[in-house]
Design a protein around this ligand. Structure first.
Ligand code: HSE
Length: 419
C-alpha cells in the first residue's frame, strides 16, 4: 500500500520504546496535524512498565511487518543486527522506513541504497546524524559537490557532555559517563560513544551525502576520548585550548577527501568552543559561502524524536534521498596523503619512536608524563598499534592540516632523512 494511495496518512509500526521511541509516541499525540498514528509498537522486554496502553505492544516483529495497513516502519532499537532484518524486510514489503540507527546505516549503506531503489520506497534517517540538526538533508539538497570544501563537527553528544563535565565542572571521567548514561544520551554500550565508533558511523553517513563516498566505518581512522589524560587537560589549559572530539572530512587541492574522527584542541575563537554538553555543532565550508555553522542538541529523546518527526513529515510528500553525489558526476575518493600537526602524550620515554614524526616541534618530559608535538604523515595513523595504546593520547593541534603545498612537498622529500 503506497503512501500516495493513502493520501499521505501515515500508519506507523514502531520498533523500540526506549528514550527516543517514547518521546516520539508523546510528540505524535501532540501533533495531530501530521496525520500520523502509531498502530503497533514492537518491544523486546514486555515485563517493563510502559506509559502507553498495553494493547499497543507486541514482541513479534512480524505483526508489524506483515500488517498491510502499516505503511511506515519507524526503527528506533539499539541492536544493529536486528535492525538490519527489520529495515530490509520492511523495504522489501514496500513500506517506507525511518531509522535512527547510525550503526546499521553506516555498516550497510550501499546495500540499503540498493534496496530503496529496487523496491522504490523512501528510507530516511535524519535523526541518525546530530539528532536535531538537519545536516543530512542540507548536504543532500543544498550543497553542490564542487563547492563543498569540508565538514567538521562535534557529532557525538555523550562525549561532548563528558568533556564539558570534566573541563568545566571538574567531574571525574567515570562520573561524567554515568551521568551521560542516566540522561539517556549514551548508547546502550557506551564504549561506542567514548571510543569514537558512534562518531565514525555518523561521519560515514555524512561522507555519502556530502561527497558520494561509500566507505566502511572500520576503514576510517578514528578514536574517541578514552585515552585522554589529565596531563592533556593541563596542556590545554596552559595554551587556552579546549579538547573536542571532531569528525572531519576535508577536500584537498587534488579533489580527494581526507576523513577521520580524532580529538582536537580548539582555540578560544573556534565555534566549537561554545558547543557544550550534549549539543552538537557542524561547520560546513564551501567555496562561495565560506563557513556555515549548524548548532543544536545532538542526543536525547526529544531532539532525536524531532528529527524522526521531520522525516515522517517529509514522507507525506514522498520525499526520498536522491544520493545526488553518487548518482550524478563522479563520487569523490578518500586519500591518506595528508600531513597533520598533532600532540602526543604518553607515559614512558622512548614509548614512541621519533621516526613516526616528519618533524618534531616541541618536546617535554618528566617522570609522570611526556609529550611531543609535530607533523605526522596521516598514513602513520593507519597503524594503530602505537597511538591507540592505553597510555597514549593523540590530539590534533588547532589548524591541524598542513595545507601549504610547498611545505608538504618538502616534508615528503625530507621523509627519508628521518627514517
Ligand atoms: N549516543 C549518541 C550520542 C546518541 O551521544 O551522540 C545520538 O546519536
Amino acid at each position: 500500500m503506497s503512501i500516495q494511495n493513502q493520501q499521505k496518512k501515515l500508519t506507523i509500526g514502531l520498533f523500540g520504546f526506549g528514550v527516543v521511541g517514547e518521546s516520539l509516541y508523546r510528540v505524535l499525540q501532540e501533533t495531530p496535524t501530521l496525520q500520523a498514528s502509531i498502530k503497533k509498537v514492537c518491544i523486546k522486554h514486555p515485563e517493563k512498565k510502559r506509559s502507553a496502553p498495553e494493547n499497543l505492544f507486541t514482541t513479534d516483529p512480524e505483526v508489524l511487518l506483515s500488517d498491510s495497513s502499516i505503511n511506515v516502519i519507524v526503527e528506533l532499537i539499539d541492536d544493529a543486527d536486528a535492525a538490519y532484518y527489520i529495515v530490509s524486510k520492511a523495504l522489501s514489503e514496500r513500506k517506507a522506513v525511518v531509522s535512527a540507527n547510525k550503526k546499521l546505516i553506516a555498516g550497510h549503506l550501499e546495500e540499503l541504497i540498493a534496496l530503496q531503489k529496487h523496491f522504490d520506497v523512501p528510507f530516511l534517517y535524519e535523526s541518525a546524524c546530530c539528532a536535531s540538526i538537519p545536516v543530512i538533508r542540507n548536504l543532500e539538497e543544498y550543497y553542490d559537490n564542487d563547492l563543498l570544501q569540508g565538514i567538521s563537527g562535534i557529532v557525538n553528544g555523550s562525549t561532548n557532555y563528558i568533556l564539558t563535565k570534566i573541563f568545566d565542572e571538574g567531574k571525574s571521567y567515570d562520573d561524567a559517563l554515568l551521568q551521560a548514561q542516566y540522561e539517556g544520551f549514551a548508547e546502550s554500550d557506551p564504549s561506542l560513544d567514548v571510543e569514537g565508533v558512534d562518531a565514525v558511523n555518523k561521519l560515514t553517513i555524512l561522507l555519502a551525502h556530502a561527497y558520494g563516498i561509500l566507505a566502511f566505518p572500520s576503514d576510517i581512522v578514528h578514536t574517541g576520548i578514552q585515552n585522554l589524560h589529565s596531563a592533556d587537560a593541563v596542556y590545554a589549559k596552559e595554551k587556552g585550548y579546549q579538547i573536542k572530539l571532531l569528525a572531519q572530512a576535508k577536500k584537498l587541492v587534488d579533489g580527494r577527501i581526507s576523513a577521520f574522527v580524532l580529538p582536537q584542541f580548539v582555540k578560544g575563537d573556534s565555534q566549537f568552543r561554545n558547543v557544550q554538553n550534549e549539543y552538537n555543532g557542524v561547520t560546513i565550508e564551501s567555496s562561495l559561502a565560506d563557513r556555515q555553522f549548524f548548532y543544536g542538541k545532538g542526543a536525547g529523546g526529544y531532539p532525536t524524536a524531532s528529527a524522526v518527526l521531520s522525516d515522517l513529515s517529509a514522507l507525506r510528500y514522498d520525499y526520498r534521498y536522491e544520493y545526488k553525489k553518487l548518482r550524478y558526476g563522479l563520487p569523490a575518493e578518500l586519500t591518506d596523503e595528508v600531513y597533520l600537526r598533532v600532540y602526543l602524550s604518553f607515559d614512558k620515554l622512548f614509548q614512541v619512536q621519533n621516526e613516526r614524526f616528519e618533524r618534531i616541534e616541541e618536546w617535554s618530559s618528566n617522570e609522570r608524563r611526556c609529550h611531543v608535538t609535530g607533523v605526522i604523515k596521516f598514513a602513520q595513523l593507519l597503524d594503530t598499534s602505537w597511538w591507540k595504546k592505553p597510555n597514549t593520547s593523540l590530539i590534533l593541534l588547532p589548524d591541524a592540516f598542513v595545507t601549504d603545498v610547498t611545505e608538504t612537498a618538502r616534508l615528503a622529500e625530507e621523509e627519508l632523512a628521518f627514517v
